[in-house]
Design a protein around this ligand. Structure first.
Ligand SMILES: [Zn+2]
Length: 329
């Protein structure tokens, strides 16, 4: 059941994006597949109250396209109902030009790293993916990256079947230059980002919560002037796994509390270690003494805490972080 000539409810066919609709059985919702925004489902009420009128301006629509295109890339097709739109429209933003440039470098670099081939740019789809306002601004961004010799267009002019949409694409493939790869790598490791530490832990354990909010966070702020954030300190739109990954990637170091054998914390530790971040493990004394042989991490730096002796713990942790950071600078 396909209708080839519908207008996308979000971008409204801006820059010539084509859109198909598909039915979703008995559900009171419609599926759309837009060349720019990607695939999404939208309820009838959401269309009427939010999308089929002038309630959203062109900037909000562009931010929404960008958000949905990225959700597609990471976690499949979202269902837009009124609740979803209320939540995300207030938070949906287009990245600034510097971050758009980094997004494009990442898209090209990821593709090259996976396939060993240059990336075929599809302006309609990629403008939305990297968060450009429109096609014209995306073209300028690409021209700028070319001028700065971060990307280069290589090989012959060819026409291929569009791997990410309908129709064909013509032109040349785009690859990163050596300088482009340097930017890609440093961005991937989060070197160009702000200074904070991330803590991975089990939530809602009273002892641990008290330690973190009463001692670790204020203590490290005082001694090192560093903020410690956890997953709950972020309130922005996006897929939770991605926010987590970005938060770890951009942190200067990662603290991981292993007291509760929390599997999420282990995963986060592995991810951070893989990125080459300094990782410091924390564990409560009794737990550490009884179960230390089970820790795969017992060759790593572990700072032990005891209820009642928090001041000594924070002092040791602070010294350990200082050592780790100067090692990695
Ligand atoms: Zn669209």
């Amino acid at each position: 059941m396909q209708d080839p000539d519908q207008q996308c409810a979000i971008c409204r066919g801006k820059d010539g994006a084509l859109c198909r609709t598909f039915g979703l059985g008995s559900r009171d919702a419609l599926g759309l597949s837009c060349q720019a925004c990607g695939d999404y489902e939208v309820t009838r009420t959401a269309r009427i109250t939010w999308l089929d009128n002038h309630r959203l301006n062109i900037r909000e629509r562009a931010a929404l396209s960008h958000l949905i295109r990225n959700m597609n890339r990471d976690s499949g097709r979202p269902l837009l109902d009124t609740h979803w739109l209320e939540h995300f429209i207030s938070e949906a933003r287009l990245p600034n030009p510097a971050n758009q440039a980094i997004n494009l470098i990442r898209v090209i670099g990821d593709y090259q790293a996976e396939t060993g081939e240059g990336y075929f740019i599809d302006g309609v789809c990629d403008a939305t993916l990297v968060g450009s306002f429109n096609q014209t601004m995306f073209d300028q961004l690409l021209a700028e990256l070319t001028k700065k010799q971060l990307v280069v267009h290589s090989g012959e002019n060819v026409t291929i079947t569009n791997p990410r949409g309908n129709g064909v694409l013509s032109g040349r493939r785009t690859v990163l230059t050596l300088d482009g790869w340097e930017r890609y790598e440093s961005e991937r490791r989060g070197k160009e980002n702000g200074s904070y530490g991330f803590i991975a832990m089990k939530f809602s354990d009273p002892q641990l919560e008290a330690l973190v909010s009463g001692h670790i966070k204020p203590g490290l702020k005082e001694t090192l002037n560093i903020d410690i954030v956890d997953l709950r300190n972020v309130s922005r739109a996006g897929v939770i796994d991605n926010i987590l990954r970005e938060q770890i990637r951009d942190a200067s170091f990662v603290l991981v509390d292993l007291t509760h054998d929390n599997s999420g914390a282990y995963w986060e530790a592995g991810y951070a270690e893989g990125l080459g971040k300094p990782v410091i493990y924390l564990c409560e004394r009794t737990k550490f003494d009884t179960a230390k042989t089970h820790f795969d991490t017992n060759h790593c730096t572990t700072v032990i805490w005891t209820v009642g002796d928090e001041a000594a713990f924070v002092a040791e942790l602070s010294a350990t972080i200082r050592r780790s950071l100067s090692l990695f600078k």
